[in-house]
Ligand binder design. Structure first.
Ligand code: UDP
Ligand code: MG
Length: 308
């Protein structure tokens, strides 16, 4: 019988783990498959690990990995993918925002011959207006600047086949944007739609800082357009500067009309300075990721696990 691995990244989810386990277990036992749960504890500071170990002691379907510190959501999912043994996997959040019941629908779609079934959010409950707006804008902006078709309004909640898993394991980049990587890999992909629930308990592990970093990871991994922006804005600014230069010479020598042009001077200095800083910043974003990849450190460090 084929086996499904359910990968669950955990960061301070003590209020949700048991409920998630009970609900997902009820779902997977309805399917004609073997299954395992792979909990990846990403440096939680609460009782999450103890709860996972408790469940693992009564249910042999429970596997866990415990990180030496917080490495971030995408890395936690990657560790689950590296260490699971299923021929299909499901990536799901621990906070019950992704309803486990959808796994049945995903499984049915997979039977039609798809390699990826992702879940597209038609609405999001219990999230701040700012988060909803920034997420909406981000996904649309990303899809407009990249040549890879990354579906909008879609998180990592999805079922994927072994063919995809094997390729993912060969993509060693340090800054993961899994939903983009999976789109990039291709094969037959489809989606189901759902209303995203509120977080069951606890608070989000995604601070704005983490979200911005994640967004920049997505952009830098899938588009070089920002680098071209640096070049193009350089040309535009030089072009304008050249016109102003001609005008300045004209008014100095032909019109003999030269005012002490402090305003134009300070404006152009500020403008050119701003463009230069932005361009250097963009280049910096790419170079910092380049250097992380060159250092080639392990993606994560496992402190403890019950996977042999
Ligand atoms: N998560 C993680 N490491 C982190 C932050 C989050 O493993 O540094 C996990 C978290 O436990 C949850 C999933 O990633 O299972 C999604 O995180 P969260 O619900 O906080 O994000 P949101 O839904 O608010 O975007
Ligand atoms: Mg959540």
């Amino acid at each position: 019988m084929e086996k499904i691995s359910i990968i669950i990244p955990i960061y301070n989810e003590e209020q949700n783990i048991e409920k998630l386990y009970v609900r997902s277990k009820q779902v997977v036992i309805q399917l004609p498959v073997e299954y395992e749960f792979v909990f990846v504890n990403d440096g939680s500071k609460d009782q999450s690990l103890e709860i996972i170990k408790n469940i693992a002691s009564i249910d042999s379907h429970i596997k866990y990995l415990d990180f030496s510190r917080n490495f971030g959501h995408q890395i936690a999912v990657t560790a689950g993918i590296d260490n699971c043994s299923g021929s299909k996997i499901v990536i799901i959040d621990a906070d019950l925002q992704d309803p486990p019941e959808l796994i049945i629908q995903m499984y049915e779609k997979m039977q039609e011959g798809y390699e990826v079934v992702y879940a597209k959010r038609i609405s999001r409950k219990g999230e701040s207006v700012l988060k909803k707006i920034t997420a909406k804008l981000f996904y649309r902006m990303l899809s407009s600047i990249t040549s890879v078709e990354i579906p909008v309004d879609t998180g990592d909640f999805r079922m994927i086949d072994k063919k995809i898993i094997d390729v993912l394991k060969k993509m060693p980049e340090q800054h993961k944007f899994l939903r983009g990587q999976i789109s990039w890999i291709g094969f037959r992909q489809t989606f189901i739609e759902y209303d995203r629930d509120e977080r069951n308990g606890g608070t989000t592990g995604y601070t704005y800082k983490k979200m911005i970093r994640f967004a920049l990871d997505g952009i830098t991994s899938f588009s070089n357009l920002p680098l071209k922006f640096a070049t193009v804005s350089g040309f535009i600014v030089s072009g304008i500067a050249f016109l102003i230069m001609l005008y300045a010479l004209y008014s100095r020598f032909i019109l003999k009309d030269f005012v002490p042009g402090w305003t134009s001077l300070i404006l152009s200095v500020l403008f050119i300075g701003g463009v230069q800083l932005i361009s250097i910043g963009i280049i910096g974003e790419y170079i910092s990721r380049l250097s992380d990849n060159v250092r080639n450190r392990p993606l994560y460090i496992i402190k403890e696990s019950n996977i042999k």
